[in-house]
Design a protein around this ligand. Structure first.
Ligand code: CTP
Ligand code: MG
Length: 163
């Protein structure tokens, strides 16, 4: 049980780091350059070039460290794929949210928490397909981890609301 959880967390860690680095370090020029599609923003101001780039770099570096620790260079490439996939998954979700007229930052529960996971798993699977139990643990643990980290951020005064 604990082995599967640890394995799941280590597998998905580069995507977690990529996604949270985009939130922490993001800002500036939006990826869609403020362009619209049929009168609606393509992605919105919440998806920035800096967030994407720094997310990709941090997630990939995480993969390099995991590769070194585990003595398997393939894990560095896996980290890059998981990070890229995660960031793209998040972008795809924003694209869909704008199409149904949701303004930047409006919540869509489950989609907001899992968009990057589906992207990461899709891209990561190009190299290594994890076992079904690992995939299930990742999908169950991620919304919980989100909830807990948002609570922690609220208690620490970093966020205005606990969700
Ligand atoms: N962020 C970024 N670049 C990215 C992803 C995230 O700069 N590629 C930053 C933005 O400051 C964004 C914040 O992280 O506002 C939170 O990300 P997210 O919740 O995914 O974006 P939202 O602002 O909620 O926008 P959306 O409605 O499009 O999901
Ligand atoms: Mg959001």
């Amino acid at each position: 049980m604990w082995e599967i959880i640890t394995e799941a967390l280590i597998y998905i860690l580069p995507a977690y780091i990529a996604n949270s680095s985009a939130v922490l370090f993001g800002g500036g020029k939006p990826i869609d350059l403020k362009k619209t599609l049929k009168g609606k923003r393509i992605l919105g101001d919440g998806k920035t070039i800096r967030g994407f780039t720094l997310g990709l770099v941090s997630g990939s570096l995480t993969g390099v460290v995991i590769g070194i620790v585990k003595g398997n260079p393939k894990l560095a490439l896996l980290g890059f794929l998981l990070s890229l996939g995660g960031l793209i998954g998040d972008i795809v979700a924003s694209f869909l949210k704008r199409r149904i007229n949701l303004k930047r930052g409006r919540p869509v529960p489950i989609l907001d928490q899992l968009d990057f996971i589906f992207g990461a798993l899709a891209f990561g699977s190009l190299l290594t397909v994890p076992s079904v139990d690992i995939i299930l643990f990742i999908i169950i643990l991620t919304p919980l981890a989100h909830l807990l980290s948002n609570r922690a951020g609220y208690w620490l005064g970093l966020k205005d609301n606990p969700w």
